[in-house]
Design a protein around this ligand. Structure first.
Ligand code: UGA
Length: 443
């Protein structure tokens, strides 16, 4: 089938590449000429395992094209995806200017029936606004062309995006148009070979489904962080509690890992946006507010531990940081807990020596050259001259380090484990103090 995708960010690029991989002819449009040029040269602007080979292969065989030409892209397909960014507005609600600008562009160029599909995470009611924007352009042109607007939210995780996209656990299609449903069912048929994963619903329910999924996952994390904070005050170990509750299938083991808070481009933004949506319709979403507040404090957890370990004064101290990205297998620093920690350390007069397997360039882009930040080439290099070690991203490479070597290098023998990747007894046996999340020690 012929497919057009507006936006070559995370969602757009991964979706475009995976749909091309399934044999569709996909045109990806972006207004950024530089980005389109890079993609045509096979340079992938994001770090995502498995993405580069499918982009290159499908670009080489003509199944995947990149362009800045919206007219050409609209003329290409019957299915037009909108996968552009919806950054938070000043008040936390989603900013729809890019989505609506694509909608207007589609309206300016549409010359026959198409289904316009929102893949970006957009507030409930956006499909109606997209429909109005397209219709207004068609009316201005004085033409009457039939079209549908559908919602087809994306549930991919960074780091596993290609896998999630090729093997989705559900495909949500939100529209009441039989014609649009038929087209989208046909597009997704190859993803449904063993059993049908499609859930068809009205457009508003589909839009809300995306927010509900992310808000539920964020709630599980904040809930567990709250239990961790209680655990450390009552002398319990949250890791045992986690196993104890996860074994109940109604609760499950997923997303109940306590830690230094959730980050990324989705959870923080979506929880806030859903809260604003609720407020706009006269409902106060108290639970969502609490989820956000717990996470905000949790991002300061390691700093609070470090400050209390150094008796309230870290001026002139050097902290080694292992991991900077908001989670492993990505270079994404958006809302990363490491940022709050580094900024708090700098404000308090401390220095940071950091290592991350992928995020180095991104961190340099964000913070530039500064005297109180050294970006190192290896985990052990980050320890040189450091007082103590903090772990903020659970990259596999950090999981079984040489604790004796760490003990020998650090000036103050202490590890602050923001993702509970070590066993306290093992670390302590090596002569290091261990601070985990919800594992006995409290501030
Ligand atoms: C999230 C969702 O998991 C995807 O299903 C969704 O499609 C995506 O947002 C989106 O809306 O686009 P992502 O932000 O890539 O995906 O990352 P996650 O793997 O969900 O992790 C988010 C954060 O939660 C990370 O900072 C991670 O460290 C933290 N986390 C996760 C915990 O603190 N504890 C856990 O148990 C799980």
């Amino acid at each position: 089938m012929k497919v057009t995708i507006f936006g070559t960010g995370y969602v757009g690029l991964v979706t475009g590449a995976c749909l091309a991989e399934m044999g569709n002819h996909v045109v990806c449009v972006d207004i950024d000429e530089n980005k389109v040029g890079r993609l045509r040269r096979g340079e992938i602007p994001i770090f995502e395992p498995g993405l580069e080979p499918i982009v290159r292969r499908n670009y080489a065989n003509g199944q995947l094209e990149f362009t800045t030409d919206a007219a050409l892209a609209v003329a290409h397909a019957q299915i037009i995806f909108i996968a552009v960014g919806t950054p938070p507005d000043e008040d936390g609600s989603a900013d729809l200017q890019y989505v609506l600008s694509v909608a207007r562009s589609v309206g300016r160029h549409l010359d026959r029936y198409a289904v316009i599909v929102n893949k970006s995470t957009v507030p409930v009611g956006t499909a109606d606004r997209v429909r109005e924007a397209v219709a207004a352009e068609l009316a201005a042109r004085g033409v009457e062309i039939e079209f549908d607007v559908a919602s087809n939210p994306e549930f991919l995780k960074e780091g596993d995006a290609v896998e999630d996209c090729l093997r989705p656990d559900r495909i949500v299609i939100g529209t009441s148009s039989a014609r649009a449903i038929a087209l989208l069912r046909k597009l997704y048929a190859p993803f449904n070979r063993n059993h049908d994963r499609t859930v068809v619903m009205d457009v508003r329910s589909a839009e809300l489904t995306k927010y509900a999924a992310n808000a539920m996952l964020a709630t599980k994390i904040s809930f567990m962080n709250e239990i961790a904070n209680i655990a450390e005050r009552v002398g319990a170990d949250v890791e045992l509690v986690r196993q104890g509750i996860g074994s109940d299938p109604r609760i499950g083991y997923h997303f109940i890992y306590p830690g230094a808070g959730y980050g990324g481009s989705c959870f923080p933004k979506d929880v806030q946006a859903l809260e604003r949506t609720a407020r706009a319709v006269g409902y106060s979403a108290r639970l969502l507010g609490a989820v956000e507040a717990v996470n905000h404090d949790q991002k300061m957890k390691l700093f609070d531990f470090i400050l209390s370990y150094f008796n309230g004064n870290v001026r002139g101290r050097t902290i080694a940081l292992w991991g900077l990205a908001f989670k492993p297998n990505t270079d994404d620093m958006r809302e990363a807990s490491s940022r709050r920690l580094m900024e708090a350390l700098w404000d308090a007069g401390a220095n940071v020596r950091a290592f991350d397997p992928e995020a180095r360039e991104e961190v340099h882009r964000l913070y530039g050259d500064r005297g109180d930040l050294v970006l190192c080439d290896s985990a052990y290099q980050a320890l040189d001259g450091a007082d103590a070690l903090a772990i903020i991203t659970e990259w596999k490479a950090f999981r079984s380090p040489d604790f004796a070597r760490i003990r020998a290098v650090l000036k103050e023998p202490a590890i602050f484990d923001g993702r509970n990747i070590y066993e306290p007894a093992v670390v302590e046996e090596a002569g290091l103090a261990y601070y985990g999340i919800g594992r006995g020690r409290s501030v």
